[in-house]
Write a protein that binds this ligand. Sequence first.
Ligand SMILES: [Zn+2]
Length: 208
Amino acid sequence: MDRLVALLPFVPYRFRPDRKPPYLRPWMVPQSLWGRNLRALLSKEDWDRIRKDAYARAGSRCRVCGGRGPKWPVEADEGWHYDDTTRVQTLKGVIALCPDCHAVRHWGKTTSAGKQDEALAWMMEVNGWTHAEASRCADDAMRQWHERSGYNDWRCDISWATTQYGVTPIQTGEAIAQDRNQSFVQKAREEYGSQSGNVSYIQHLLYE
Ligand SMILES: [Zn+2]
């Protein structure tokens, strides 16, 4: 029994007896922080080392569902904590997720790409939820994203990476992050502009 307990950290969340749903839900990045991630702030070599370490620790299987994608098995997901009082986004770790679970986490990007129905179905499957439960969770996430995106003074703390891996942010990282932010916002505007739904989301992007 002790041996089985010792294996728990390797078991995908969905199958762990000590966890309860939701195992998977949207976790959206406020608009002013789009593009500000390890890919932008670190050298390619350092980012590759961190994400490949996450894949290796998970046996190239999704930490949430245990699955693998058809074209590539897993992608790296940065786990951010948000302090809504101090408005600091803090990196807590990097984990491997299959493309389907990753799409749920980045709900706004998935929605703007027109893949909302697939992502909603996957959230129902993984959490054992009804359509109404999954929809409510997605709506809550969107509302929370909207509130957080109303502020432009969010700061980003990646000391988890600098401490755990001894890496140093590159000097051009700040400029790269700002460039990416602008291009992501532009892309979202274009994609949403071609859709009829998500009116409040469009308004937020275009007019605030
Ligand atoms: Zn998965």
